[in-house]
Design a binder for this molecule. Sequence first.
Ligand code: 5AD
Ligand code: SF4
Length: 481
Amino acid sequence: MKSLDQGNKVIDESKQGEATVLNTNVGDKKVYIESYGCQMNFSDSEIVASILQEDGYATTRNIEEADLVFLNTCSIREKAEDTVRKRLKSFTKLKRNNKKLKVGVLGCMAERLKSKLLEEEKLVDLIVGPDAYRDLPTLLEEIDGGEKAVNVLLSMEETYADISPVRYGSNGVTAFVTIMRGCDNMCTFCVVPFTRGRERSRDAESILEEVRQLSEQGYKEVTVLGQNVDSYLWYGGGPKKHFKNLSEIEKASSINFAQLLKKVAQVNPEVRVRFFTSNPQDMTDEVLEVMASEENICNFIHLPFQSGSDRILDLMNRGYTVEKYKERIDKIKEILPDCAISHDIISGFCSETEEDHQATLDLMDYVTFDYGYMFNYSERPNTYAAKKLTDDVPEDVKKRRLAEIIQRQREHSFIRNKTYVGNTYKVLIETISKKSDEEYLGRNSQNAAIIFPKEDAKLGDYVNVLVEDCNSATLRGKIVS
Ligand code: 5AD
Ligand code: SF4
């Protein structure tokens, strides 16, 4: 199924934003779950599946046989919410045919709209925010009696550290591991700090244990997830503190992101490690050095920049300037010359001029990103930008600017892809190609997707692939010994 709102990505091979359906088999009641939006939501749905499994629910891919239908939703742009509402409407007939069917909305839209969503979408029975999934068994009992139920309490501590995710729909090769939740950055356009709450880091030992288990189960790649992984800091739990405010005992036992990344990488050198998302204002040289020192940490960094104009970055409260962003890019290229870099850009933010827009294109030219996610600004209720700034760039101007940004990225992706042609890469085989059963899709360390004939290789194998051809979206090659 296609994503709700994955923006405009050049190279359509990302793991971000695909809507996926759960499928495991425990218990006699059945739940059908669809997830939308970022990887975090997908990872959360695996936690929800685990909590429901304990409560006697098996997951199903067949919505017709479900007792419970959950949508794990995204609020980041208006379009994402519109699609969820459309999807909810499509359940009307299903509910008419099965009077016992319950429909739940989870995730960011649940948190943003709270019980208001029950008034607006009559067929919804249950609203559960991202920090309240442990309460699901109790809430399900409540709705069993025909009541509606809501729990959207946010937490300063919840990380679901002890819950072992059910890896539904997994290819058995790659897995997500959440290392922190929430975000404290307060970018003025962003709804996430309101829907996912305050930033908190997960117990480092529980993260390492999860990675060890994945390794034992034969997984070959883990992606550690957080809204802002660079500010990961574990010092024994409790509300977030800055390193300088830790007690001496906390300091002695604390683990920052670079240290965590190294420990994750050292679990098994045969298991690749990726991470997502970095923040220009927090990304340290220490992280880059760990990447350089550990062979199995992939040479790929997702470093959103949003805008190439200092004035707009300031209005967005991004906490860095173009100068600082370029300095980070230069450092990446110095320490990790083979590193691929991707971006997020918001086009048409409040008061953006043609000059600001040109500055965004100029920054793209400076970096030559491998790929990126590009969005038009979408005003989100209750954010600083919605309250204090004016969404004044006309729709047609936004559209035209975005088209220019996408076109520039296409050119850059083609340039980057051409540098791979003629070279051989260690590629992890992830899936069978969507276009042909005779071909695999795998990725090199730089996260570039490469299509090649199967030969006698298996899913989850590492193979050496010679890249022979490319366009701006795809690389093609063949296995070589
Ligand atoms: N409008 C458009 N794009 C947004 N993003 C976040 N909030 C908005 C918004 N209100 C984009 C940013 C962020 C990515 C996950 O989504 O580029 O990095
Ligand atoms: Fe939103 Fe900014 Fe946090 Fe990213 S870093 S989730 S854009 S507030």
